[in-house]
Design a protein around this ligand. Structure first.
Ligand SMILES: Cc1cc2nc3c(=O)[nH]c(=O)nc-3n(C[C@H](O)[C@H](O)[C@H](O)COP(=O)(O)OP(=O)(O)OC[C@H]3O[C@@H](n4cnc5c(N)ncnc54)[C@H](O)[C@@H]3O)c2cc1C
Length: 507
């Protein structure tokens, strides 16, 4: 019997929809699939101790990301309760909790959106195995990306190593299959199909019950949940055409700020592309440039899929493992605490600690500064960002760091070294961003602000800045550091850098 003439399978009585990094109830592939297949659905979330316990063991008791998750779940629970249901929230190991709940409720299937990270894939295999033992199906759906990893390969059926050909292939695939790839995964029948739950059913556990402190609040401008995502997206749509010209300036509101929503799935990436792609085709340079950034996200996800060793901090280009990094607690502390004496670097690093946010340009500048000015291993920076970024995503963070350190797919050439002062003059010319994060330098005039050590004693006095007391002297000299970096990286190709390389070194 052909697939098309096969009679529709009988509906299942109950399906669980296991939410993970897809915290919304609309345009949701797993929820849509469950609604197609089951008479009743029950959404569930697990505070997974396999993820949380290692944080507690490292002494991390406050994490803004948990607050973002908790607030997003509260929004979902509230929406479900309006229709006589509720979110089931569990705390424990997912491979035990999900099958136990499915058995207890008599669910015949569990639906989830595929998470492509190596640990998540292993977790899902364990859950699927447990469920299979109980005769319960596990359905993994594609939702997180427009093009799932593995779906875009080159003519030799091999994954792309370079971004531009990947993006061209990605766009060509979109042209051919936009209707299906971008179609809304309709979940509008959810209110009528929810499993009924008594109104008195327990709600979400407080974070303290999970062993965590309650962080005071999310940073200004970040609202959790689909509501927060919708507001941020609507505001950004009005600025989309200006994206290409504004995106590199941290003091402007030039980027979307949607990465945390993409990370936790409080919006659907299809929805973004449904808008950006036609706008790009109509000639909006801003939309085309922004769409490219969404493709970078998918590019790095497929890099992680094809090269899972990057999740263990291994260089994609093995020859870069030969680089000998310096070790210095003092330099590490200066970088991570924002006390290097380079204002743009320090402003960005302090904002990260204060709010969990950092502009893309500044991720490149601070990342380059760590490995190419301080000579410290980029993996230290990768782990620091993983700890603090609100939008931390394994694939994008690893891809970004390997780009900065020149050891990944389509990385910047190793002989290019960002000049932190030039970057500061170019992308924060009036110093508005620096002033917003470093009040001790706020009174310095714009010319002196980018390199305070070069300011005259009168300029410093007039601004009330005592270098070495109110604000540090630079911990390294950039010109010397760059020369050392060129020597350090020369081992990659087994010879000292030529004069041509050195000339190109200043970006
Ligand atoms: C060292 C380093 C580490 C990074 N770590 C992360 C991370 O952990 N999580 C993360 O989401 N992004 C990471 N990025 C990429 C980028 O900095 C952020 O996605 C971006 O700053 C988020 O701001 P936005 O939402 O306003 O982006 P926009 O400029 O509005 O871009 C739209 C979306 O495209 C995606 N995107 C944009 N730039 C990139 C990029 N270079 N690589 C991959 N995706 C991109 C993001 O999902 C973003 O939300 C990193 C970049 C570097 C250089």
């Amino acid at each position: 019997m052909s697939a098309t003439s096969r009679p529709a399978a009988a509906p299942l009585e109950l399906g669980l929809v296991w939410l993970r990094r897809d915290l919304r109830l609309h345009d949701h592939a797993a929820l849509h699939a469950a609604l197609q297949r089951c008479r009743r659905v029950q959404p569930v979330f697990v505070f997974d101790t396999d993820i949380l316990q290692p944080l507690l063991q490292q002494g991390i008791r406050g994490d803004r990301r948990l607050l973002f998750i908790r607030d997003s779940l509260l929004e979902i629970d509230l929406a479900l309760r309006e229709h006589g249901g509720a979110l089931v929230v569990l705390h424990g190991r997912a491979p035990e909790e999900v099958p136990r709940l499915a058995r207890r409720l008599g669910a015949q299937a569990v639906f989830a959106n595929r998470d492509h990270e190596p640990l998540a894939l292993r977790r899902d295999a364990a859950v699927a195995g447990e469920l299979a033992g109980a005769g319960i199906d596990f359905h993994a759906c594609d939702d997180q990306l427009v093009m799932p990893p593995g779906s875009i390969v080159n003519g030799q059926r091999r994954p792309y190593q370079v971004f531009t050909p990947y993006k061209n292939a990605w766009l060509a695939r979109l042209r051919d299959g936009a209707a299906e790839l971008l179609a809304e995964r309709d979940c509008r029948s959810l209110p009528q199909r929810l499993r009924a739950v008594p109104a008195a059913a327990p709600g979400l556990p407080p974070l303290a019950q999970l062993g965590f402190d309650q962080p005071a609040c999310l940073p200004a401008g970040v609202d959790a949940g689909s509501g927060g995502a919708r507001r941020a997206w609507q505001a950004f749509r009005l600025r989309l055409d200006d994206y290409a010209q504004d995106r590199d300036f941290p003091a402007r509101q030039g980027t979307s700020g949607l990465s945390v929503h993409l990370r936790f799935g409080t919006l659907s990436v299809r929805e973004l592309v449904r808008h950006a792609w036609p706008a790009a085709r109509r000639g909006s340079a801003g939309a085309a440039s922004w769409l490219s950034e969404l493709v970078w996200r998918e590019f790095y996800a497929q890099v992680l899929h094809h090269h899972p060793q990057v999740a263990q901090g291994r260089c994609l280009r093995p020859e870069y493992e030969r680089i000998a990094w310096d070790e210095s607690d003092a330099l590490w502390q200066a970088w991570s605490e924002g006390r290097t004496g380079y204002p743009l670097v320090d402003a960005a690093m302090r904002e990260l600690l204060r709010s969990g946010r950092m502009h893309n340009r500044l991720r490149m500048v601070t990342g380059s500064f760590l490995c190419k000015d301080l000579g410290l291993d980029w993996r230290l920076g990768e782990a620091h960002f993983a700890r603090w970024l609100l939008d931390f995503d394994l694939a994008s963070n690893s891809g970004g760091w390997q780009w900065v350190a020149s050891c990944g797919c389509d990385a910047q050439p190793w002989f290019r070294v960002f000049n932190p002062v030039e970057q500061s003059r170019k992308f924060d010319p009036q110093g508005q961003y620096i002033r917003s994060q470093l009040p001790e330098l706020a009174a310095l005039d714009a010319r002196a602000l980018h390199a305070p050590w070069a300011a005259s004693p009168q300029q410093l006095r007039a601004a009330g800045v005592r270098l070495g007391e109110d604000y540090p002297l630079p911990v390294v000299d950039h010109a010397q550091a760059r020369r050392r970096t060129l020597q350090r990286y020369a081992v990659v190709r087994g010879e000292p850098p030529g004069p041509g390389d050195a000339q190109q070194a200043l970006l």
